[in-house]
Structures are given as C-alpha cells and as structure tokens.
Design a protein around this ligand. Structure first.
Ligand SMILES: Cc1cc2nc3c(=O)[nH]c(=O)nc-3n(C[C@H](O)[C@H](O)[C@H](O)COP(=O)(O)OP(=O)(O)OC[C@H]3O[C@@H](n4cnc5c(N)ncnc54)[C@H](O)[C@@H]3O)c2cc1C
Length: 375
C-alpha cells in the first residue's frame, strides 16, 4: 500500500503472524490510532509462511505452567476471533477445534506420556485430555489405517488446527479494511530514538512513531540493538515434507503428520539448532518421514511434492517474550516460537500491553526482566 504519511501513533515492524495479530488488536482497541505495519519477506524470517497451522496446547511446558496456561487461554479465544476476522476481511479461515492427537508407538511411550499428562493436570488444576488406547484412537479417526505399532495416543480436546496462510491473509486484509497502512515489501533497516519518539529507517525513507512494536522474528535481535545488545533469542530450525493430496480424513490433527484442509499431509516436527542455515537437510527430514510411515503406512504410497525448512524464533528459555525495552517503555518486543497458537492471545490480551496497560496475569513474567534486563 502506498502512503504519504510519515508520522504514526504506532509502527509495527514485521508483518508476520505476530505483527499482524498485535496490530489488529491495537486497531480494535482504538480505531482512531494511526498505525503502520511494515513488512518485507526475508529468507530467514519466513516462519509465518512455513508453519503447520496447529493450535497446540497439550503435553507441553510442565516446567512452565503459566506458559502452558497461556496457550489454553489463547486457544479458547480463537473461534470468536476467527469469526470476527472473516467478517471484517471477507476471507474464510478454515479452522478445526476438535482436539489433537499424538500417536505413541510403544507401551513405554504410552506410560511416559500418560505420566506427563497427569503431572500437567496437577500443575494446571484442569486439563481436558488423557491417554487413549488404539481402539479409541480408531474411533476418533476411523478413516486412517494406523500402523501395527501404534498402541494409542495422547489426546486433548482443546487442540486444533487452521490454515495459517489464510489466517495471515485475513489479518492483513482486516487491518487494511480497518484503516491501517500496510507497507508491504518494505525493509526496516534500523530504529533510532529521537525527541521522545522513534525514527524508523526504511527502504522508503524515514518514518516516525510514538510507540513501536518490534515483531520482526529473528531480525528483532538486530533492530533492538539500540536498547538491548544481545537479545536472548536463537533460530530453531524445522523442516517438513509435504505429500500429494488425498481425500480429507483427519478432522482431528495428528502431531507430526498433519493433514491440511487441502488434503496434503505435512510431515515433521523437528527442532534443530543450525544457526541461520535455512537449507533442506535430506537425511534429517527423512527421519521424520520414517516415523510418519510407522504411524500411517499408507503415506508410503503417496508422492512427496515439496519439502521446506523454516526457522522458528526461539527465546533462550523457550517462553515467549512480551516486553518493553530497557529505558524505552514505548517500545514493545514480541518473540514467541508458537505464534500461530498464541495469535488470539496476542490480539486480545497483548495489544493493551503495547499501549501501556498492565500485562495479563499469565504474561507478566514474560518480560526481559527474567534475563536480567531492567524493564
Ligand atoms: C516448520 C515449522 C512449523 C511450525 N508449526 C507451528 C504450528 O503448527 N503452530 C504454531 O503455533 N507455530 C508453529 N511454528 C512457529 C511459528 O511459525 C512462529 O512462532 C511464527 O511464525 C513467529 O511469527 P513472527 O511473526 O513472530 O515471526 P516471523 O514468522 O519470523 O515473521 C517475521 C516477519 O517480519 C518480517 N521482517 C523481518 N525482518 C524485517 C525487516 N528488517 N523489515 C521488514 N520486515 C521484516 C518478515 O518478513 C516476517 O513477515 C512453526 C515453525 C516452523 C519453522
């Protein structure tokens, strides 16, 4: 979008899923705000376009119960948010919130996962899920002939999945329809504090704002340098395989081999640390393929039509960062590795924090303070 405006109330640097979710929350809170979202595709910061689209809460963060709870809070906000985005943007976002499954391939794994779930239930006070045996798994997904080793699954009724590209597009169009300037294909070079405001140096010149949101994924590390020397985040690599289309048989997503609404199956859940190397490593992604064949042998008859890598933005302690920068309470940084799952919370519950409100109870320990910064 072309604009002649140079001064904004708020600039959101980065139009991936985090940036658009926050920006939409901001304009919903106050439609008079002059907001710009600035985005440029980069090789490294492509996670918003390379993810699986799972809204996934189960079986994680036992050691960080407040963060586990945050995921469930976000998930519960989704259905109403998606309906609203569809109305405002006119774009349908295919989404299923019928639960989620993690298949297990041995009794030992079944018991281990069951033990984890019970501990999580105790830590959270409530948990709408449990281990299910193979017969129950087959009742939930009757059209999938599971491999002989599959003896059951971890089940949670609160998980779900959506089309992440449709969600991104719906947010973007909703923003534009709400009067936000969306500056596409525009690189942010740097940020400079100036006269109680911020100068944002971009490909199309200097823009200024009173409040700034840094939502550039891994590029936040460079852009935040005016206040934080070495932002505690790193690149966490994922690689996936995509099969050809087949009839839709998976209304409940299976972690690790998830069928998309279009009928393709995305295989892969690996986390690797390889710096900013965003190339496909065949032997690595092949391991994921081998696991998927044990779960769903029929996949072996399907063609792999694509494979792609993506770099997640991972905070060093694996908990989201929502924080003002030291000495800059009008600059908010957002870095989280499950930003699709968290998008609804970002829109409804984090946007206020950008405007100076108290952080949500669950998110108040997610600032940079935990890394020793004075915020
Ligand atoms: C293989 C894979 C599978 C995943 N699956 C899931 C999943 O199922 N569910 C889930 O919740 N999460 C999943 N994730 C994680 C999720 O994709 C990320 O948490 C999310 O993309 C982070 O969003 P973001 O907007 O913070 O950062 P990014 O996605 O990195 O977006 C940053 C944006 O900023 C822009 N940008 C960067 N630098 C600049 C600059 N200098 N100037 C202008 N613009 C700039 C980029 O173009 C981009 O649009 C997955 C990730 C991977 C890699």
């Amino acid at each position: 979008m072309l604009t002649n405006r140079k001064e904004y109330d708020i600039i959101v640097a980065g139009g991936g899923i985090s940036g658009v979710a926050i920006a939409y929350g901001l304009i919903r809170k106050n439609s008079r705000l002059k907001i710009a979202v600035i985005d440029a595709p980069t090789e490294v910061n492509r996670a918003s376009r390379t993810n699986v689209g799972l809204v996934w809460c189960q079986s994680k963060f036992l050691d960080k119960p407040h963060y586990a709870k945050w995921g469930f809070i976000s998930r519960r906000l989704f259905p109403e948010l998606i309906q609203e985005l569809t109305e405002v943007s006119g774009i349908k976002v295919p989404a299923y919130f019928e639960g989620g499954l993690i298949p297990v391939l041995s009794e030992a794994e079944y018991n281990q996962k069951g033990d984890y779930i019970e501990k999580l239930r105790a830590a959270l006070g409530e948990y709408r899920g449990n281990m299910i045996d193979r017969a129950e798994l087959e009742r939930k997904l009757p059209k999938i002939p599971f491999g002989p080793e599959v003896c059951g699954a971890a089940w949670c009724e609160e998980d779900g999945f959506l089309n992440p590209l449709a969600l991104l597009r719906a947010y973007r169009v909703a923003l534009m329809n709400s009067g936000v300037d969306f500056l596409n294909d525009t690189v942010v070079y740097s940020v400079e504090p100036k006269n109680n405001a911020y100068s944002v140096h971009t490909q199309i010149g200097e823009l200024s704002c009173e409040r700034l949101v840094l939502a550039c994924g891994l590029a936040n590390k460079r852009l935040a340098q005016f206040a934080v020397n070495d932002l505690p985040i790193f690149a966490d690599k994922g690689q996936v395989l995509l099969t050809e289309r087949m009839p839709f048989v998976m209304p409940i997503p299976v972690l690790g081999c998830t069928q998309t609404v279009a009928g393709t199956v995305i295989i892969g859940f690996k986390h690797e640390t390889r710096g900013h190397d965003a190339t496909v490593i065949p032997h690595s992604v092949a391991q994921e393929g081998a696991w998927a064949l044990r779960v769903w042998p029929e996949l072996g008859k399907k063609r792999i039509i694509r494979t792609w890598p993506g770099l997640r933005v991972m905070p060093n302690d694996k908990v989201a960062i929502y924080s003002h920068l030291p000495g800059h309470e009008n600059v908010t940084l957002i870095n989280t590795h499950s930003a699709v799952t968290m998008a609804a919370a970002h829109t409804r519950l984090v946007a206020g924090f950008v405007l100076g409100e108290e952080a949500h109870e669950c998110a108040k320990d997610m600032t940079l303070k935990r890394f020793g910064f004075a915020v």
